[in-house]
Design a protein around this ligand. Structure first.
Ligand SMILES: *Cc1c(COP(=O)(O)O)cnc(C)c1O
Length: 375
């Protein structure tokens, strides 16, 4: 067996400085650790209702075909999505979750000595996929609350980070973990004023949940912005996080490059089938949105009752300031069988991110929090 004297010297510079993505704690891990029976997971912004009944049915009926490779071109799902969005199917690229798309985009456009601009407190995958290519992530300070929502993206600060090495700008709308969003006019102006040669990714992972009037659908801007890529996912409102399916919509020219780096079977057949079925299940989606809207109100009211301040959220989670080390409260909540998400890795050491659950789950969380804060 060879003995590495200097393994770290062999690692590509981009990878050497990477910190792996920290996912929410899985339920069965907490069960093993603490032997708890009742666990409520509000840690990964999953749809608390479970998958749509139509999806359950179609997956059960598809088991007999699992010895076949998926359709690597994803024709059926791409056509359904193209139809839904009024674009052509060659503008759609499917991914193993939308994280896959973020990675493909980074690999197509970034290399060492190029840069991507990312906002402070933005979704962690942007800096990760950027650094993995050897490129540099330039972090723009978040809004201080004067020119935009406190902790949200500050578009002028992002524009100020752009220079000749910039290839990509990542915009999360709404952003995770802050739940903040950018209005249509502000974001449209930002994209219109980007220097030519800078690609803007608008990540709309929570699009279906947002009910605010001035929230834009960036897919509508594609005809006028050839440098725009919009990403969406089936992991959140569509309730399919475990199957991994997301997509991007952009010009056919860019999509053709994404297709070159994509693994030929990057999305599995059950995921594509489930996604196409979920797209048709309007009742499930509208029920999910209702559950979320009611749950957001419940959490906002309950947290305000505890004297805690939250960032105004348009998504399916809230980011709440505990006013003290959030790590300790997180651990105490774990012992009560409630998993939430610490966000110290987002430079928010006193905040916790809490996913909107079912009414009963939100109540369990609020009661547990009450008990934890009282001691
Ligand atoms: C959850 C999330 C995603 C999507 O992740 P998938 O890989 O599609 O499961 C993308 N962007 C943001 C901001 C998210 O919060």
């Amino acid at each position: 067996m060879p003995h590495w004297t200097n393994l770290s010297g062999l690692i590509s510079p981009g990878i050497k400085q990477l910190q792996a993505y920290q996912p929410g704690k899985p339920t069965d891990e907490l069960e093993r650790e603490l032997g708890l029976k009742r666990i409520v997971k509000l840690a990964s912004n999953e749809n608390p209702s479970g998958p749509s009944p139509l999806v359950r049915e179609v997956i059960a009926s598809a088991c007999g075909e699992m010895h076949r490779y998926p359709d690597g071109g994803g024709h059926s799902l791409k056509n359904a999505l193209a139809n839904n969005h009024g674009v052509s199917s060659d503008q759609i690229t499917l991914g193993n979750g939308s994280s896959d798309l973020l990675d493909l985009i980074a690999r197509v456009f970034l290399a060492p000595s190029t840069e991507a601009v990312v906002a402070q407190h933005a979704f962690a995958m942007y800096a990760l996929v950027t650094q993995a290519t050897g490129a540099k992530a330039r972090i723009a300070p978040a809004s201080d609350g004067v020119g935009g929502t406190h902790y949200g993206h500050d578009l002028s600060a992002m524009a100020a980070q752009i220079d000749n090495s910039t290839r990509l700008v990542f915009v999360a709308n709404p952003n995770n973990p802050t739940g903040t969003y950018l209005s249509g006019p502000a974001l449209e102006k930002f994209i219109a004023e980007l220097p030519s040669g800078v690609i803007c990714i608008v990540d709309e992972a929570y699009y279906e949940y947002v009910e605010t009037d001035d929230y834009p659908n960036a897919i509508n801007w594609l005809p006028k912005f050839p440098n725009l890529i919009v990403t969406r996912t089936f992991s959140k409102a569509f309730g399919l996080a475990g199957l991994r399916c997301g997509y991007s919509v952009c010009s056919a020219e860019i999509a053709e490059f994404l297709n070159r780096v994509r693994q030929p079977f990057n999305v599995n057949s059950l995921a594509m089938l489930a996604a196409e079925t979920a797209l048709r299940d309007d009742e499930y989606l509208s029920r999910s949105k209702q559950t979320n809207a009611a749950g957001l109100k419940q959490l906002e009211a309950g947290l305000a009752n505890c004297g805690l301040s939250i960032m105004p959220s348009v998504a399916n989670f809230v980011c709440v300031d505990m006013g003290a080390s959030a790590a300790e409260i997180y651990n105490k909540l774990l012992h009560k069988g409630v998993i939430v998400r610490p966000v110290a890795n987002y430079e928010l050491p006193t905040h916790l991110r809490v996913t909107v659950g079912l009414e009963s789950e939100n109540t369990i969380f609020l009661d547990a929090l009450d008990a934890v804060l009282e001691k």
